[in-house]
Design a binder for this molecule. Structure first.
Ligand code: LUZ
Ligand code: MOS
Length: 750
């Protein structure tokens, strides 16, 4: 089934939050933000701004009727700064004017004086100063202290990975419309409408049932709207509530890039111990997560870093510790992979470092240590249907990796200034929110009298195709044409208390809830049909919009079944609730069974390097991926390809830089480069591992959003191979992204 949004998107008819027609009298908000990274606000002069044309009002923390608090996990973040500011871009006030232009013009007339304090931007410096957002955590398995004695080889090093801008096409925006009796309707470009609703309720000091949040679809999110859509929606709601006028707030691209949090940069130390025959006996990692100025989702992201510390490998003795360091940068947030890519980069760096020192290819260590069924992850969950080895073996044979390595060696010895490199990247990603309580979802299904169907769930369509998958689920259960089904907007009044659409679990959780709701209606319809043709319910089935009794067509159509059932006063509406079974986690022991299942795969990436200029190309990305029973090859391949490109961008050209004073230097697309059509690999080839998916995956089709992101990590190590082929003295620091500038330096330095 094709993505149901494809035609609307291509013809520009799809409606995003920013496209919603505005009510007459709508006002516009523009955010006034801190210009320094750390300090006390001495004075603010709004007088000139208030006199500018069209300005209606300027809101600050003193205008908040409820609590000035938007922290999602920990209550440590204000909507508007009070006495102090903690990062450049921290909201201080909201200008409301009759147009966005006028609000922006007025912003230039605001004068703020600060007492400037020292700014910290480096996580290790923050840790030294005792600046942590919350206490550190350690995951452990076996006994590393003892295991070092048994190792033939021990290597120690460090690895850093950089931040990443989400660059969703649709910037953060919301439209809040006051309704009767103090209620509000808020259109929000958010992955988490329930979080938006709850936060608005807290800030306004009104009950959640006074706020209806509605989301048609997002123009991309990638995690950037899991938690960080909330502030902007809340500001719009606050203004609409206080002024009793509709208020629109839409961040300009520049404001969005400067004010919102991104992927967490990490600085990490590793120690890896191996036996003579290359078994990893012990692994120790210390992660310094740069959390920014408030916790945001950092506790959950730090947790996922620990969960994925050993990637796809079984290591019998592990100790992984993570610190979330408080710095004067915008709070870093969810981004596809959610802390796992950062952990896996460290593990792969440790393996690459060991391999380099032993003078062997890294794949020998990777291959030797892939996890098997019944091996335990450091968090206690035992691997089941672990397809790490199958994916690896298939990749090696299907893509003739041995032959390629030989070709590359020959090429490299025959050419002076062009070198090639290849690296492999096995991936294992756990599916479920690491916070067990979030693994629940609901759906609401209506069948209308004419046989058409309306479906609401908690899932947010953000381009990933979840609505198409939901339509497939319902069409399959009722055996009706997908054209009879409409997926409604995601709305907190229809489906309440939703988890954000995140953690690659949107289709699984909401699809399962939908299956339950549809299943109950189907059951009633079968009962009704059985009465209509005087037979038992068990004999009835629906096939291609017709009622069958056993194998005979009863002549009753879907429409007739529905109208008759309606006249018989049978309920054609149903909600469904799903909670992932069998998952649990105990934070006091850091052990449990947090994931419904894992997704596996192996990628091989080949690069070509221009050793005069430091330019490089990705020749091929070849993947064996564990889709389970792939329910929608088009959509899943699209997710896989997009994720790989985003992973390659993170590892190569996407470089977020802050000045020492905490100013974002890469604050526009002239200084922040993302992969474009010219940097896509010449070959992207994906083979499906032929293994059935688990029961907990929707239609046994495994979650796809995040796992392929981490295949991109291979590009880093492939580039290092190519650099080393030209410059054997290259020390091989682990400091992503490996930009062309860094590559050029590496080619001619140690
Ligand atoms: N969001 C979240 C996520 O709140 N919890 C998670 O475990 C998670 N994992 C991946 C992406 N987003
Ligand atoms: Mo996410 S990183 O919002 O799944």
């Amino acid at each position: 089934m094709k993505n149901i949004d494809s035609i609307g998107h291509v013809t520009g008819r799809s409606v995003f939050t920013d496209d919603i027609p505005l009510t007459n009298g709508t006002l516009f908000g523009v955010v006034v933000a801190s210009g320094i990274a750390h300090g006390a606000i001495k004075s603010i002069d709004f007088s000139q701004a208030l006199e500018m044309p069209g300005v209606v009002r300027i809101l600050t923390c003193t205008d908040i009727p409820g609590e000035n608090q938007i922290g999602g996990i920990l209550p440590d973040e204000t909507l508007f700064a009070e006495k102090e500011v903690h990062f450049i871009g921290q909201p201080i006030a909201l200008i409301i004017a009759d147009s966005e232009f006028n609000a922006r013009r007025a912003r230039k007339k605001i004068h703020i004086e600060y007492d400037e304090f020292e700014a910290v931007t480096d996580p290790r410096v923050a840790k030294e100063k005792g600046l942590l957002l919350f206490p550190p955590r350690t995951f452990a398995l076996g006994n590393v202290a003892e295991a070092w004695q048994k190792c033939n080889y021990i290597f120690e090093g460090s690895a850093d990975s950089g931040s990443q801008e989400h660059l969703y096409l649709e910037t953060q925006n919301a439209y809040a419309v006051p309704a009767e009796n103090g209620t509000l309707k808020v259109y929000s470009s958010t992955q988490g409408p329930a979080i938006v609703q709850k936060t608005i309720a807290g800030v306004l000091g009104i009950p959640m049932n006074h706020i209806e949040v509605d989301v048609r679809r997002l123009g991309g999110a990638f995690g950037g709207k899991e938690d960080q859509a909330t502030a902007w929606s809340t500001m719009a709601a606050l203004a609409a509530h206080l002024l009793q006028k509709p208020v629109k707030l839409s961040l300009s691209r520049h404001d969005d890039i400067v004010m919102t949090g991104k992927r967490h940069p990490y600085s990490s130390d590793f120690r890896i111990g191996l036996s003579e025959d290359l078994k990893i006996l012990a692994y120790e990692a210390t992660f310094y997560q740069n959390g920014g100025a408030a916790a945001d989702l950092s506790p959950a992201i730090m947790e996922r870093t620990l969960f994925h510390a050993t990637n796809s490998y079984f290591v019998p003795n592990v100790k992984a510790t993570a610190y979330s360091c408080k710095t004067n940068l915008p709070p870093f947030t969810a981004f596809r992979g959610f802390g796992a890519p950062q952990a896996m980069f460290v593990m792969e760096s440790a393996i690459a470092f060991a391999a380099k020192n032993l003078g062997i290819p890294a794949w020998k260590i990777q291959q030797k240590n892939l996890i098997r069924d019944e091996d335990a992850f450091p968090y206690g969950q035992v691997a089941q249907q672990a397809h790490a080895r199958e994916c690896w073996d298939e990749a090696i044979s299907q893509f003739d990796v041995a032959g390629k390595l030989k070709e590359i060696a020959e090429f490299n010895s025959a050419t002076a200034f062009t070198k090639k490199g290849l690296a492999l990247m096995p991936v294992c990603f756990g599916i479920s929110f690491t916070n067990t309580a979030m693994n629940q979802a609901r759906a609401l299904v209506h069948i209308y009298q004419d046989g058409s169907i309306g479906i609401s769930t908690g899932a947010i369509e953000m381009g990933q195709g979840v609505n198409t998958k939901l339509k497939q689920v319902a069409a399959g259960i009722f055996s009706v044409s997908p054209s009879r089904i409409r997926i409604e907007s995601t709305n907190t009044s229809r489906v309440a208390n939703t988890s954000p659409t995140a953690a690659s679990s949107g289709a699984d959780l909401n699809g399962k809830a939908l299956q339950i709701a549809c299943g109950e209606i189907l059951d009633r319809l079968k009962e009704s049909a059985a009465q209509m043709c005087n037979t038992e319910k068990e004999k009835i089935s629906l096939q291609d919009e017709k009622v069958y009794s056993g194998s005979t067509d009863t002549g009753i159509s879907w429409e007739e079944l529905i109208t008759t059932s309606f006249r018989k006063r049978i309920s054609l509406s149903q909600s469904g609730h799903y909670a992932t079974p069998h998952i649990h986690f105990d934070k006091s022991t850091e052990k449990g069974h947090p994931f419904a299942y894992h997704v596996y795969g192996t990628a091989a990436i080949t690069v070509t390097l221009d050793c005069l200029r430091g330019r490089y190309w990705v020749d091929s990305v070849q993947v064996v991926h564990d889709f389970g029973n792939d329910m929608n090859p088009d959509i899943n391949l699209g997710q896989l390809e997009g994720a790989i490109m985003q992973g390659i961008g993170w590892m190569t050209m996407e470089e977020i830089r802050y000045s020492e004073k905490g100013r974002l230097l890469s604050d526009s697309l002239s200084t922040y480069k993302v992969p474009d059509i010219y940097s896509t690999p010449k070959i992207v080839e994906c083979k499906t591992l032929d293994k059935p998916g688990p029961e907990q995956a929707i239609m046994r089709s495994k979650a796809i959003g995040e796992p392929p992101f981490m295949y991109g990590i291979a590009v880093y190590f492939a580039l290092q191979e190519a650099i080393r082929a030209f410059n054997p003295a290259y020390s091989g620091r682990y400091d992503a992204p490996l930009t062309p500038e860094k590559v050029l330096m590496a080619l001619y330095n140690r």
